[in-house]
Write a protein that binds this ligand. Structure first.
Ligand code: TRP
Ligand code: ZN
Length: 866
């Protein structure tokens, strides 16, 4: 069906043709929707070749050129292209009209790309290359056209007919149908096209821009869910105000619509004027959503809104440049979240994700630079690397040139490129020109892959009273990267010294640009303690066996909150690693002293919750070699037990105190975070396990999902006797609430118990389970594979087998979802030979499937390459 030859960045050529206008008429029908696509095209050069239009899964009905029907001999048709030969086009002027009529089957579209059905509604997803499943087109982001879309559908079933831009006409038609015509005045690439048709509840509000224009805000949700859209609406208004205040960016159309759907491959999509969202990132009320759901909704609403400038007004020249919009927009949404909440805690959570998941990607078979150079299936490159590491790269620019220059660079970027499709280099050049800095070496962050490792050596000259710091940087050598060059790495650091009981600190920003470099710092009476990577100023691994006393000094004394948190994590990491390689390793009492210190004052509760939280399985595994996954899960259990036992009384006291504050209504989100961090330790001590069912019962009465779920998660993780009864109660109560049932499936998949495989089989046959719903598939299969390492890595390979079986089924249903879920299997090289062998066995079997999608093929071929 699809072409299986990769594409290369180096092969980019501008198109010989441009498209000025697109006039679509889409006549909706479940199994046979008809699309009439009228294009006004300009031939840009006299040497233009054939016009090759992309198209997949389309039934071609007719093609006409300047109102003359073309016969089948006058064009070429393949599974992926409609070609109008240059010789046919030589008969018309440079500007010509092409009308293409096609038919498509939305009901059978389980891949959820192009036009599909989500429940009773029609909906589209075009990024990256989904428009070619709607009509034949030059489906590449540097082709920007003005769209007018007439949507026709049954009036009763589809009272709302939506597309991008402004509504320009509407009316009734024969046979109970009606139509609405939309015009989007901003030329856009096809990936930003959207259409939605359905019956919804509509939440309406408005936003008045800084220049005084009134924008209508409309959020469409499934009937009965209106009250659950309020948080999304407020989040949208906050995002609009923030972007004006921080970047001087105003919204441009008179209407901004968001539609929430249950069937969606990713989080959300920034279609011009008509965002489509996974309902998970819109719907919330305090009964059914957790605090982190609220946080994530606000962040995703902001992300899609910010794309209006970073993505839509200025878009990508080609898909290799994806990080141009995604890295930058993630940076913007992270800054926004930091401003709305605690910037320290937001930063910590971003760094956790990076270290646990992005570092693994960087070390695995699909490692790629944030600007990839070779792509088979573009959907495989919506990665943590392009998004999260891409954001870190933007953040480093911000650090290097400073906030004021960064803002000037953004202004210059929009001044130069508004309305254009550009490259990552164009962005960095704007930053260089605005700041007067030479960023040529910095650009290596876009072309080199892998996580840099920084080795630290320190020396204190007792006579000169001078501290010398030597940093060495290395990048991984791979077949795609034989001789990596030294990068430009901003390193913020703090040097702590104590004199007569007073701690003082020096703060520095140094720029590591060579393979090895030494800096000297004066003004100390004795060797200072180094707190490296303040604010996590660069996405690197630090290779530095800092001693326990120094780490504890940082935990207690550093000014930078990230450093205080990180030093604690480093101490934990070192101990978990030691436990995982030797079960006779004795954990040091200093750990208990550290936790005592953390729990001694409770002034910054969300931050303390982060300090109490252990690094996860993936983060530790990424720092080890030949990992024995079962020894690692045991080590994680042992250290929890050790800490819980060591600070039992403090945990209990904190749990009680925070519970009191919650009853009094104080600082709810932070207190709940701390309460649940304590609970996860108390849950491993038999004397306190009764607290779990008690908290569940209380939270259930109070209708608080954050607290209910924390209790349930701990019951599941510790496989306690009350678990099944509580799970049944939860299921009974929430069986009609889709998003909450996703949580129920996820908890079931994370039960740490021998009987998990029988449980999984029962869940697969549950009447509410379906692989066709991506959220459901991810809740059950993704949670098991990524959040239940003890049984995913079952010694006989049962976990790998389960995952592979489900991926095989998903391969024919939804290749994008299948391809995301295979992640933990392709990372087999980090594990010991026994587990590697079992994982590979499954990968080899999958590679042999006869109908393997490009999505899976690209990953399997990379994983099994050597
Ligand atoms: N551009 C979207 C975002 O980051 C990503 C996205 C949404 C997407 N749906 C998709 C990418 C489907 C690929 C396929 O906000
Ligand atoms: Zn995005």
């Amino acid at each position: 069906m699809t072409d299986s030859t990769p594409r290369f960045l180096a092969d980019y050529r501008p198109s010989d043709f441009s498209i000025n206008t697109v006039d679509l008429i889409i006549n909706l029908d479940d199994t046979c929707s008809q699309v009439t696509n009228e294009l006004v095209i300009t031939r840009e050069t006299n040497t233009a070749g054939d016009l090759e239009l992309n198209g997949e899964h389309l039934t071609l009905i007719s093609v006409s050129l300047n109102d003359q029907a073309l016969s089948a001999e006058q064009y070429l048709l393949s599974d992926t292209l409609l070609t109008i030969p240059a010789q046919i086009l030589s008969q018309v002027e440079n500007e010509f009209k092409l009308v293409i009529v096609t038919e498509i089957n939305p009901l059978e579209n389980t891949a959820l790309e192009g036009l599909f059905k989500s429940g009773d509604a029609f909906c589209t997803q075009c990024e990256a290359e989904g428009f070619r499943r709607i009509s034949y087109y030059l489906d590449r982001p540097d082709i920007m056209a003005t769209f007018t879309t007439k949507v026709i559908g049954d009036k009763q079933q589809y009272p709302f007919l939506l597309s991008n831009g402004n509504k320009v006409a509407a009316g009734d038609l024969a046979n109970g149908k009606h139509f609405v015509t939309w015009h989007d005045p901003f030329p856009k690439p096809s990936y930003l096209f959207a259409l939605v048709a359905g019956d919804f509840d509509l939440l309406e509000d408005k936003f008045v821009t800084s220049s005084g224009r009134e924008v209508a805000l409309e959020i469409f949700v499934d009937k009965g869910n209106l009250h659950k859209a309020k948080h999304a609406m407020v989040s949208l208004q906050k995002s609009m105000a923030w972007d004006e205040e921080v970047f001087g960016l105003e919204y441009d159309l008179d209407i901004y619509m968001i539609v929430a759907v249950d069937f969606f491959n990713m989080g959300a999509m920034e279609n011009k004027g008509l965002n489509v969202f996974n309902s998970k990132y819109v719907l919330a009320d305090s009964k059914c959503a957790t605090d982190s759901d609220y946080f994530n909704i606000e962040a995703v609403i902001a992300h899609e809104y910010f794309h209006n400038w970073t993505g839509n007004r200025v878009t990508c020249r080609d898909w290799f440049q994806l990080s141009l919009k995604e890295g930058l927009t993630v940076f913007r949404d992270q800054q926004f979240s930091g401003d709305m909440h605690s910037s320290a805690v937001t930063r910590i959570q971003n760094v956790r994700l990076l270290r646990s998941q992005q570092f693994a990607e960087d070390a695995g078979p699909m490692a790629h630079p944030i600007r990839p150079t070779k792509v088979l299936e573009m959907n495989n490159f919506y990665t943590l690397t392009v998004y999260e590491k891409g954001s870190e790269v933007i953040r480093m620019l911000h650090t290097l040139i400073g906030a004021d220059n960064f803002r000037k660079g953004m202004d210059l970027y929009f001044q130069r490129f508004d309305g254009m499709a550009v490259t990552c280099d164009d962005f960095v050049n704007a930053m260089a020109d605005a700041s007067g800095r030479d960023l040529s070496q910095f650009k290596l962050w876009y072309s080199q892959l892998g996580t840099p490792s920084i080795k630290v050596a320190e020396h204190f000259d007792e006579i000169k009273k001078q501290y010398a710091l030597t940093l060495t940087q290395t990048l991984p050598v791979t077949s795609a990267q034989k001789a990596p060059q030294a990068m430009h790495i901003p390193i913020k650091l703090e040097l702590l010294s104590s004199e007569a009981g007073n701690t003082s600190s020096q703060n520095h920003l140094i720029e590591l640009t060579q393979s090895e470099q030494t800096w000297h710092f004066d003004g100390f009476t004795e060797k200072p303690v180094l707190a490296l990577l303040a604010d996590f100023s660069a996405p690197v691994k630090v290779d530095f066996a800092q001693d326990e006393p120094s780490l504890l000094t940082i935990v207690n004394q550093a000014n930078n909150s990230f450093c205080r948190w990180d030093a604690g994590q480093q101490l934990l990491l070192a101990n978990i690693k030691a436990l995982a390689v030797s079960n006779s390793y004795q954990l040091p009492q200093e750990l208990i002293a550290m936790f005592n210190g953390i729990l001694a004052s409770l002034d910054n509760r969300a931050f303390i919750a982060e300090q109490l939280t252990l690094p996860d399985f993936d983060e530790v595994a990424g720092l080890m070699e030949d990992v024995d996954p079962l020894a690692l899960t045991q080590a994680l259990k042992d250290i929890s037990q050790f800490i819980a036992t060591g600070v039992e009384q403090q945990l209990l006291q904190t749990y009680d105190l925070v519970s009191q504050d919650l009853l009094a209504g104080k600082d709810m989100v932070a207190n709940r975070a701390l309460k649940n961090a304590c609970l996860s330790y108390l849950a491993v001590l038999p004397a306190h396990q009764h607290l779990l069912a008690k908290q569940y019962k209380h939270a259930d009465e109070q209708e608080n999902m954050t607290e209910s779920l924390a209790a349930l998660n701990n019951l599941a993780e510790n496989d306690l006797p009350e678990l099944d009864q509580v799970l049944s109660h939860f299921e009974e109560k929430w069986q009609d609430t889709t998003l909450v049932m996703d949580k129920w499936f996820a908890i079931n998949a994370s039960v740490v118990s021998e009987n998990i495989f029988e449980r999984l089989q029962a869940l697969i046959s549950h009447p509410l389970f379906s692989l066709k719903n991506p959220n459901r598939a991810r809740s059950l299969i993704g949670t098991f594979a990524m959040r239940n390492p003890e049984y995913f890595h079952n010694i006989e390979g049962k976990g790998y087998q389960f995952l592979a079986e489900q991926i095989e089924l998903l391969n024919s249903i939804n290749p994008q979802v299948a391809s995301r879920l295979i992640t933990p299997l392709i990372q087999f090289k980090r594990f010991n030979l026994h587990h590697q062998g079992l994982m590979k066995e499954q990968l080899i079997r999958l590679q042999g499937l006869s109908n393997l999608s490009n999505d899976l093929k690209e990953k399997l071929d990379a994983a099994l390459a050597d």
